[in-house]
Ligand binder design. Structure first.
Ligand code: ADP
Ligand code: MG
Length: 313
């Protein structure tokens, strides 16, 4: 069987520029990403694509606010499902078109994915992830009185904070694996998956949380024993002393080096650090290799010409 790669596409695969969020620009970005993934498939890879949904969740939350006097607000778990569906649709269509141009005949399927978290995860007592738009303090305090956690965010205004618990299990893992074994290209774990918790009867319920997409992607990659975890983001390589005069781009690092560089603070929390942590956990659970690069360099990086490779030894 062909080798399997789990490819996490970052925000830039869907929206390249904060001033270009209109749907036609989203399509352009998705089509560009799809071309590079199609090239991977031409090279013989079986692929599962995972993706973020931060800005798209923000748009729906803003619509909730504006429409609150007429329609019910969409709860956060349904927003997760909505964005998995809409982004999945865009990727499905764009990948299908890209495949046809390079002569590949493959079925592409989006799997609405639930990710199990522990309802007692300490993260629920300490929400840290800012979501939605910014507001003034008075508005924030009104929402706080209705049960939200709110905080001032680095001088940019007040924002809602929600929990980002540890992903424990991908509910649809078996289905994803079965599809892969049939040669289907799968889009799954969008936005890290819809966070759900299991009650004492074993029933699942949506949780008010968001899951880090890189952590959930690594979990899926371990569960399906992927050959490669590829994190596609906005940089061609990972750097030490990032954005300083001493910056050094890395071609490769071992698991031990990744742990050491992370401890030394080379990777920014909230952006590169979760990716490195995700890769560390994938390699610790038996994964062989991982790659970080940007969409235009995926194929060159797979040939060993660029990107940052992270390996066990
Ligand atoms: P994504 O949407 O792909 O998750 P993020 O913005 O969350 O993208 O993370 C990628 C960003 O991490 C890069 O664009 C870069 O600005 C930043 N970054 C932080 N530390 C580093 C580092 N040491 N090397 C390279 N990039 C870094
Ligand atoms: Mg990110």
């Amino acid at each position: 069987m062909a080798k399997t790669a789990v490819v996490a596409v970052g925000g830039n695969a869907l929206i390249t520029d904060k001033t270009k969020t209109a749907v036609e620009h989203q399509w352009e970005a998705v089509r560009e990403t799809a071309k590079h993934i199609a090239d991977m498939v031409v090279q013989g890879w079986n692929v599962v694509v995972t993706h973020g949904n931060g800005p798209q969740v923000g748009f729906i939350l803003r619509r909730n606010e504006l429409a609150a006097h007429e329609v019910h607000p969409t709860p956060i778990d349904l927003i997760g499902a909505d964005t998995q569906g809409s982004i999945g649709y865009m990727l499905q269509q764009a990948l299908g078109n890209a495949f046809r141009k390079v002569g590949i005949e493959k079925t592409i399927v989006t799997v609405i994915t639930q990710t199990v978290v522990d309802r007692n995860d300490p993260a629920f007592q300490n929400p840290v992830k800012g979501i939605g738009g910014f507001m003034d303090e008075a508005t924030a305090r009104t929402f706080e009185a209705q049960g939200w956690t709110v905080a001032e965010d680095a001088g940019r205004g007040w924002r809602r904070l929600i929990a980002s618990p540890e992903p424990l299990r991908i509910v649809e893992q078996r289905a994803i694996q079965d599809l892969l074994e049939k040669g289907v290209i799968v889009i799954a774990v969008g936005g890290g998956g819809i966070p759900v918790y299991e009650d004492e009867h074993g029933d699942l319920h949506g949780a008010i949380a968001v899951i880090d997409k890189d952590r959930a992607t690594a979990l899926l990659a371990s569960e399906i024993k992927a050959d490669l975890l590829l994190i596609s983001t906005a940089v061609e390589k990972v750097a030490l002393h990032f954005n300083t005069p001493n910056q050094v781009w890395l071609d490769r690092m071992t698991l031990d080096e990744a742990r050491r560089y992370a401890a030394e603070g080379h990777f920014k929390p909230g952006s590169m650090l979760p990716k490195i942590e995700a890769i560390i956990s994938f390699l610790e659970k038996g994964g062989q290799e991982a790659l970080i690069t940007d969409p235009p360099n995926i194929v060159r990086a797979l040939r060993g010409e660029t990107g940052t490779w992270i390996t066990r030894e």
